[in-house]
Design a protein. Structure first.
Ligand SMILES: *Cc1c(COP(=O)(O)O)cnc(C)c1O
Length: 381
C-alpha cells in the first residue's frame, strides 16, 4: 500500500537516538533545550517550548493565555479535533467559524461578521485558534486588524506548517500569532514519534508554558515564595507532565537538518500533481499569493469521492480524508452543534480526498497514484 503520509528516517536519525540511549539522561537532559533552540532559531522566534505532542502544546497555550471557565475559543471546523478540544480542557466554550472556499482556512470575512454579531451580543472570543490547513498559512495580514480591534489572542495551530512561509516570513516568527504550535507526529513535516512545540516571542508566556509543562513546579529562586534549602522545589501552579524525552528531542534535532529538503520535495510533488490534474475533473489545492505552503497534505476535491477512494484502495493506494468538520463529531453534536452550521466546511468535506504526500514518495509511485485517480474520476465522467 502507498500510504497518504509517512515519516522519513535515515541512519543519522537512528544513531542520534542510540547515542541518547547510551547517555546519562533519557529525559530532562541537555538535548531538549538544544532541540528547542534549533526550532526557535529556524523560525526566528525567541522561545521554543518542547512538549509531548501538539495537543499538549495547544492545551498549555490556551491555559497560558488565561483561557478558563466562562472563556470562549473559536476555531476552524476543518481541522483535527485537537484544535477545538483545547478549549474544553480549559473549561471554556468553543465555537466555529466557516472556511474560505479556496484556501480551506478559516475565512476572515466570516470571522469579521461573527465578531460583529458577538460584540453586539456582548460575548467576544478570548482566543482564536487559526489552523494553517495542509501547510498553507492563513491570511494573517487580514486577521491583524481584527485582533487589534477586538483584542482576542491568537494561537496558530501550525501542526501542518513548520517550514511554510507567510508573506516571505517563516511560520513561527511571531508575526502571525501570540504563540505558534507545531506537531512532530510521524505524518507531519518532521517527526519525533510523538512530540510538539510552542514557539513565541513573549517572555512571560514562554515562562508560563515551561512551568505548566512540568507540573507547575519550579526551582527558579525568583519564582519561589518560600524555598530556601538547596533541595527544595515549589509547585506554584497546577501544571501537567507534558515533557518531551531526550530520545525524541535527539530524533527531532536530526530531522531539523533535513527540514528544508523535506519541504522542497513536498512542493515538487505538489507541482507534479498540479500539472497532472490540470484540465481534469480533479480540483487541485489553491495556494494564496501571500502563502508558501509546506504541503503536509495534498487535498483535492473530487465528485463521487467514495468511488474514487475505494478504487484507489483496490489499486494499493491508501488515500485519506481531512477533515470531517469537528462539530459533526458525535461528541460535539452532543454539545448542541448541528449539520448545516458551517456550510462551506461541509461542502468541502463532502468532496475532500488527501492523496499520498511525503518526501520518500517516488516519481514513479506518484505517477501510479495520478493514473489511478484519473482512471477513477474519468470512469464516471
Ligand atoms: C496532528 C494535529 C494536531 C495534534 O498533533 P499531535 O502532535 O498528534 O497532538 C493538532 N492540530 C492539527 C491541525 C493537527 O493536524
Amino acid at each position: 500500500m502507498i500510504p497518504y503520509a509517512r515519516q522519513s528516517i535515515d541512519d543519522a536519525d537512528v544513531e542520534a537516538v542510540v547515542r541518547v540511549l547510551r547517555s546519562d539522561f533519557l529525559t530532562q537532559g541537555p538535548v531538549v533545550p538544544r532541540f528547542e533552540a534549533c526550532v526557535a532559531d529556524y523560525c526566528g522566534a525567541r522561545h521554543g517550548v518542547a512538549v509531548s505532542n501538539a495537543t499538549a502544546a495547544l492545551h498549555l497555550s490556551a491555559a497560558a493565555l488565561s483561557l478558563g471557565p466562562g472563556g470562549l475559543l473559536w476555531t476552524s471546523p476543518v481541522s483535527f479535533v485537537a484544535s477545538a478540544n483545547c478549549a474544553l480542557y480549559c473549561g471554556a466554550d468553543v465555537d466555529f467559524v466557516d472556511i474560505d472556499e479556496r484556501t480551506y482556512n478559516l475565512d476572515i470575512g466570516a470571522l469579521r461578521e461573527k465578531l460583529r454579531e458577538a460584540d453586539a451580543r456582548g460575548r467576544l472570543p478570548d482566543v482564536i485558534v487559526m489552523v494553517d490547513f495542509a501547510g498553507q498559512p492563513c491570511d494573517y495580514a487580514a486577521l491583524a486588524g481584527l485582533k487589534k480591534q477586538y483584542g482576542f489572542h491568537v494561537i496558530q495551530d501550525a501542526s501542518h506548517a513548520i517550514g511554510a512561509s507567510h508573506a516571505g516570513t517563516r511560520i513561527g516568527s511571531g508575526t502571525c500569532a501570540d504563540v505558534t504550535v507545531f506537531s512532530f507526529h510521524p505524518v507531519k513535516i518532521i517527526t519525533t514519534a510523538e512530540g510538539g512545540m510552542a514557539v513565541t516571542n513573549d517572555d512571560a508566556l514562554a515562562e508560563t508554558l515551561r512551568l505548566l509543562r512540568s507540573h507547575g513546579v519550579t526551582r527558579d529562586p525568583q519564582l519561589m515564595t518560600r524555598g530556601r534549602e538547596p533541595w527544595e522545589y515549589e509547585q506554584i501552579a497546577l501544571g501537567f507532565n507534558y515533557r518531551l524525552t531526550e530520545i525524541q528531542a535527539a530524533l527531532g534535532l536530526e530531522q531539523m537538518r533535513r527540514i528544508d529538503a523535506f519541504v522542497e520535495r513536498r512542493r515538487a510533488l505538489a507541482a507534479r500533481y498540479d500539472a497532472a490534474f490540470e484540465a481534469t475533473p480533479v480540483q487541485t489545492p489553491y495556494e494564496a499569493p501571500y502563502a508558501r505552503s509546506s504541503y503536509h497534505l495534498y487535498a483535492v476535491q473530487v465528485d463521487a469521492r467514495k468511488d474514487v477512494y475505494v478504487s484507489l484502495r483496490e489499486r494499493g493506494i491508501a488515500p485519506n480524508v481531512h477533515y470531517m468538520p469537528i462539530y459533526r463529531q458525535p461528541f460535539y453534536e452532543a454539545l448542541g452543534f448541528r449539520e448545516g452550521y458551517c456550510p462551506r466546511a461541509e461542502a468541502y468535506y463532502a468532496r475532500a480526498l488527501s492523496l499520498p504526500m511525503f518526501p520518500e514518495l517516488t516519481d514513479s509511485q506518484q505517477d501510479a497514484v495520478i493514473a489511478a485517480v484519473l482512471n477513477a474520476t474519468e470512469i464516471r465522467a
